[in-house]
Design a protein around this ligand. Structure first.
Ligand code: FES
Length: 141
């Protein structure tokens, strides 16, 4: 039986449910904190799993999505920046064309269990706007 501290840590690693993401579909936006700074982030489902990135183009420090959660190009395999069209490989975040000029997206390590997409990257903490917004908590405050 996990202690309450271990359980809270586990609950706080839940980004979204796996069912919320479909291959090439809308991504899920979330926020992370690293070294005291808040970063917008997103997770998408691609042909071989899920991937999460800081929501910041490597061309200019702007968020990528066309409208909130829309990250994929028309091919549904590449992530495209809505500002100038930089193209990134969805599985790795590698720049594959346009003004990103070889600079990749910043990756956030995640994994998927039978129900949830979980943050596994120990460089980041998930941030919720308020405890009530942690919709995946079994005991929302
Ligand atoms: S800001 Fe993304 S391509 Fe220019």
């Amino acid at each position: 039986m996990p202690s309450s501290t271990e359980k809270d840590t586990f609950l706080s690693d839940r980004i979204c449910t796996g069912a919320m993401l479909v291959v090439g579909g809308r991504g899920f936006r979330f926020k992370v904190q690293r070294e005291g700074q808040l970063w917008p982030a997103f997770v998408v489902r691609h042909s071989s799993g899920v991937a999460a990135y800081i929501n910041r183009c490597s061309h200019l420090a702007l968020e990528l999505d066309w409208s909130q959660g829309t990250f994929f190009d028309i091919d549904k395999a590449s992530i495209i920046c809505s500002t100038h069209g930089a193209l990134y490989e969805a599985v790795t975040g590698e720049c594959i064309g346009g003004p990103c000029a070889g600079k990749p997206l910043e990756t956030i390590q995640v994994t998927e269990n039978d129900r949830f997409i979980l943050l596994t990257d120990r460089n980041y903490w998930l941030v919720y706007d308020s405890p009530e917004k942690n919709i995946f908590s079994e005991n929302p405050k």
